[in-house]
Design a protein around this ligand. Structure first.
Ligand SMILES: [Zn+2]
Length: 830
């Protein structure tokens, strides 16, 4: 016992000593206390980093600071350790290609060492030191640079830094647009966003053909056989079963790597889209991923051969994406780095399963994420993942834990909705400990970027980045304008005002875009505004122009909607005052509760009350999404009738198994015709338990006659297709978990032409809790009477959708059929 105590005390003493490095004074009384020192052998890049450091330290109060050549015995020493053999303590970095960005910050009484494994690492060390001295570049551009007022500078630091991900990138789809090139580059440098290891993963097959055109002309059999023809076409693929083709690609890869000695990797990712070879030999590959990997494995084996040892440690990049989401059934060569996309995953497979499955076969993994895609989110608040900060903070540690070591995020120049998310991402992909500090990092941002206006700006960012509540666009705009108005009134600081004004311009984009989407506004107004505000970098103007007009218009310097007149103070104030008048905040009266999608039958454990007999919507159209529970292997035997309305496409029923690790549905039926004739619907599955079934018709009515199995419609605020599924009259029940105080949600007609909302909501005792007749679209809230929780409630004779937000969003015809989130069943069965 005593011994333990003593050693515990010893550890404590040691850790206090280790955590207490000497303090170095960098500046005093407006003057630099030490010079910046580089080695005589320093590279131009290190000298440039030294000059950047000198310029920033001067602004911070180190007047007269110099950059000198020296041996590093004192001063702010920057460079690589090998350049300073005289240092008292030797620091070494390994040659590991994934540790090129490692650096050391080490303070002493007479200096600080900023020593890195590479020029890039030295730059990181410089910006880390400046970060510790309070310098911030939250978003690109001068407006979002925060430099503390000049004063005395001191630092006590002793850290060795290594990034959690070996390559970290937030990049703009559609690309940069001139004015943002330099601000973007600078933001990346200052926030350590870099590719220490250059991983190439882009679509590669077209380039391979272009570089070897004569060989492909001589051997048309190298191309994929599609529809009986082997020819060059869009999204062209190879006949990978052909050994001659594989040998050609291996030769090409070796030649490419020899010609590009600086390239860390070569991509062997297929061309986009479909068009995979239909020849008998290729069809023998169990999956598309097996084809892609077979070709890449051949290149990996070739790099390993002794006659190619001059190539060194090179890797092969690709995506795990679309048809080759995988995982492959064969071993993956250890040189292969596969980046698993977080969207376009074949249905039924989670991103986690993709990462785990590829690694099990030997791949090194990266993640290809989507923080903003302009035509998915239109730069609206929490539209893209870049605007959902808690999701970023939750996902990054999970990706890393699942083995991902590369992070690449498709994004846009939209720092209005995503800026705080991008900055947090830059902190988190370097150091995963930052993922637990979302709140602290947000406070860092608010206190430094908005001194004097912190509270209203906290409310603004809470609204656009953290709020999970469904809101009407009018409610959202009413709140955004009010918070910005309060923030503007709270400060006279010009720099702070400029940041708030940028966000006013952003809010105006949201206003104009939502007006257009609702049919009230004009697309021209949106693109005209987005062009005028482009240098604020608050919205991705280039992408918006390309998507709302077209790329030709975006690139036309004389386009009539391009007017670069700066926004005047009067205009900006006008946006706010008009916005406050036009849009009123609405209080829905409840907070959303999130439930899992791991569904299980619930009747046996929860002993439900009896409810009125239910019926599904009688005119579902386009898309329907069902959750079903198959009690035994074999699949689903049902009957389906497709009643013709528009016949825009062939009806299709697809079924995914929750237990399957393959991306494709376990079964698909495309044999149905929109002719009103009942037909057998047989969807085979080797799995028991939870399945998801989706029907897609061409604007017709697909009606399924179901066997007696648990069967539930999802009706949450974000459920895909729910609007088309809930067409026609219906009566369905849902579960109110024990302890629920309010049943809250959104009720609306499913389209402008549809009947208005109607129907009654009955509580667990059969009493009318709410009559929807005569109510317009909007929120509904019903207090749960004593004893009516832990019960089934029922929407009877209903028209329109009911999106449930405080209870599990699952509707069924009876308690026997209802599927519920497993955590609800486990908790309420107790
Ligand atoms: Zn083939």
């Amino acid at each position: 016992m005593n011994l333990l105590r003593t050693s515990g005390l010893l550890c404590l003493l040691l850790s206090v000593t280790a955590a207490d490095p000497p303090t170095c004074v960098l500046a005093h009384g407006g003057k630099a206390a030490l010079p910046i020192v580089v080695a005589p052998s320093a590279s131009p890049a290190v000298r440039a980093s030294a000059q950047e450091l000198a310029a920033m330290l001067t602004r911070l109060g180190a007047g007269g600071i110099t950059v000198e050549d020296g041996n590093g015995s004192r001063g702010i020493v920057i460079g690589r350790p090998v350049d300073f053999p005289a240092l008292s303590k030797q620091i070494t970095f390994t040659k590991d290609p994934f540790k090129r960005e490692d650096y050391v910050l080490h303070s002493r009484a007479d200096g600080v060492w900023l020593l890195g494994a590479s020029d890039l690492a030295v730059s990181h060390a410089v910006w880390d030191l400046l970060h510790r001295l309070g310098v911030r570049q939250y978003f690109p551009g001068a407006t979002w640079e925060v430099v503390p007022p000049a004063g005395d500078l001191r630092i006590a630091v002793d850290v060795t830094e290594h990034p959690a991900f070996a390559a970290r990138r937030i990049w703009y789809n559609w690309g940069l647009w001139g004015y943002n090139d330099e601000p973007y580059r600078q933001w990346c440098v200052r926030n350590r966003m870099a590719q220490g290891f250059a991983l190439e993963s882009g679509h590669a097959y077209e380039a391979i053909i272009a570089a070897n055109r004569a060989a492909f002309d001589a051997h048309p059999e190298y191309l994929a056989l599609v529809g009986g023809e082997r020819k060059l076409r869009g999204d062209v693929k190879f006949c990978i079963a052909n050994p001659g083709l594989r040998a050609l690609v291996v030769e090409h890869a070796l030649k490419h790597l020899r010609a590009h000695p600086q390239a860390d990797s070569i991509s062997l990712d297929p061309s986009d889209g479909d068009q995979w070879c239909e020849c008998d030999e290729c069809k023998k590959f169990p999956t598309i991923a097996d084809r892609v990997v077979t070709l890449a494995n051949a290149v990996g084996d070739a790099i390993d051969r002794s006659e190619n040892s001059d190539l060194g440690d090179r890797r092969i990049g690709m995506y795990a994406y679309n048809r080759h989401t995988g995982p492959p059934t064969i071993r993956v060569h250890p040189r292969i780095i596969a980046s698993a996309t977080t969207a376009f995953i074949g249905g039924g497979l989670t991103h986690d399963q993709v990462l785990a499955g590829w690694q099990k076969q030997g791949a090194t993994m990266g993640v290809y994420d989507y923080l903003s895609v302009v035509d998915w989110d239109w730069n609206l608040p929490h539209g893209g993942k870049g605007g959902r900060l808690l999701q970023i903070a939750a996902d990054l540690p999970r990706y890393h834990q699942l083995g991902a070591r590369f992070y690449d995020a498709e994004s846009g120049d939209c720092w209005g909705p995503c800026g705080l998310g991008y900055w947090l991402t830059s902190r988190m992909v370097w150091d995963l400990k930052e993922c637990a500090r979302t709140e602290a990092l947000t406070e860092d941002f608010l206190t430094h970027a908005f001194p004097g206006a912190i509270e209203p700006m906290r409310a603004f960012y809470q609204l656009i980045n953290f709020d999970g509540q469904r809101r009407s666009s009018g409610d959202l705009l009413g709140r955004m304008y009010r918070h910005l108005d309060a923030a503007r009134r709270a400060t006279t600081d010009v720099a702070v005002r400029r940041r708030i004004d940028d966000l006013v311009l952003y809010t105006r984009h949201v206003e104009l875009y939502t007006a257009t989407a609702d049919g009230r506004g004009s697309r021209d107004d949106v693109v005209r505004h987005d062009w005028r505000m482009r240098t604020s970098m608050m919205v991705h103007s280039y992408g918006l122009w390309c998507r709302l007009l077209n790329q030709q218009a975006a690139l036309d310097p004389k386009h009539p909607l391009k007017d670069s007149t700066p926004f005047s103070e009067t205009e900006i104030s006008g946006f706010i005052s008009n916005g406050i008048t036009a849009y009123q905040p609405v209080d829905p009266g409840f907070t959303q509760v999130i439930f899992s999608t791991t569904l299980v039958p619930a009747a046996e454990q929860l002993k439900f009350n009896t409810v009125p007999a239910g019926r599904f919507p009688d005119a579902p159209q386009d898309q329907q999404r069902w959750w079903l529970w198959l009690p035994q292997a074999g699949g689903l035997d049902a009957e389906v009738t497709v009643h013709k309305r528009w016949a825009n496409r062939v009806p299709k029923q697809s079924m995914w198994a929750a237990a399957s690790v393959h991306p494709d549905p376990v079964a698909v039926d495309e044999s149905q015709k929109p002719d009103g004739q009942p037909r057998k619907l047989v969807l085979r599955s080797p799995h028991i338990g939870l399945h998801r079934l989706e029907t897609l018709d061409g604007g017709d009515h697909t009606v399924i006659t179901w066997p007696k199995i648990p069967l539930t419609i999802e009706s949450g605020i974000d459920t895909p297709g729910v609007t088309s599924h809930m067409r026609g009259g219906w009566t369905l029940s849902f579960y109110v978990p024990k302890g629920t105080k309010l049943v809250g949600g959104w009720a609306s007609r499913i389209a402008n032409w549809a009947p208005p909302v109607s129907g009654r909501l009955l509580d667990g005792g059969g009493n009318v809790a709410l009559d929807f007749t005569g109510r317009g679209d909007g929120w509904f809230t019903v207090p749960v009477p004593v004893g009516q929780d832990g019960k089934l409630w029922t929407f009877v004779d209903t028209q329109g959708q009911r999106l449930l937000m405080t209870v599990p969003p699952y509707l069924a015809r009876s308690g026997e059929e209802l599927l519920l989130p497993v955590e609800v069943v486990e908790s309420d069965a107790r």
